[in-house]
Design a protein around this ligand. Sequence first.
Ligand code: URA
Length: 290
Amino acid sequence: MTLPGDVPSSHVLTSDPATLLRWYLDAGVDEAIGDQAVDRFTALRTPQLASRLAAESEAAAPPPAPRTHVPARAASAAPAPLSDGGAAHAAQGVRTVDELKAAVEAYTGCGLKQFASRTVFADGNPRARVMFIGEAPGADEDRQGLPFVGVSGKLLDRMLASVGLSRADNAYITNVVFWRPPGNRAPNDEEIASCLPFVTRHIELVDPAVLVFVGGLAAKTLLAKPVGITKLRGRWYDYETPGLARPVPAMALFHPAYLLRSPQQKRYAWRDLLAIKQKLRGGPDAPPED
Ligand code: URA
């Protein structure tokens, strides 16, 4: 079988053509342009082409810069802060969840948007007392425009149901980025930073009684703690922003995708869900024991 992209099928660790095609589709390859694979690296290796490219790059090279003294401190300066792509400005102006949704849909400052089919904003009841924030849309979410509708979403729904919650009634669900990262990779720092002002405003507008971060990435991002989910889950944090009248109690939960791979961890998720249920009922804090 001849595949686009010059990649022999043996390099993709599967012999199932349907899996392989899905892999290509997920990576953004949706068109085959030839019957024969072309090895462009070999084509580049002809001596004539190599010497032409060398001559061209020499001609295009800028003249050597005059030597300047760079003070040691400037040379080792911290990296420039990540840009939010204008999100803070756009998010500040909105007064309702619907306005926020429109602002996110109009926003072009996140690089993920160009690869995604749809904006995945939120699902559930925006007046719910509990707001769940996950990581990033996957392929199913990208197709349907709704968060957590794939396999891990089904498990999340069952987890919610076990403590009397559902998106149809009393739970609200979103993610830390609104567009699917290509190939289901994790969103990078820049992509997260470019959505964060919208996520913060989202929390302010929903103003939940309890916030739940689904998975390590959401917890790390919103608690601003560079620690893994195993350390973060199972205890209450105060989530604060200037736009919230009071700190919101927040809990981190293992991501359902992780629980599908590691079912033995479900007992911890169950404890955390019970603690969330108790908090929503206004009961005393009973931090789950590990
Ligand atoms: N995983 C997430 O974190 N969010 C989704 O919307 C789907 C899967």
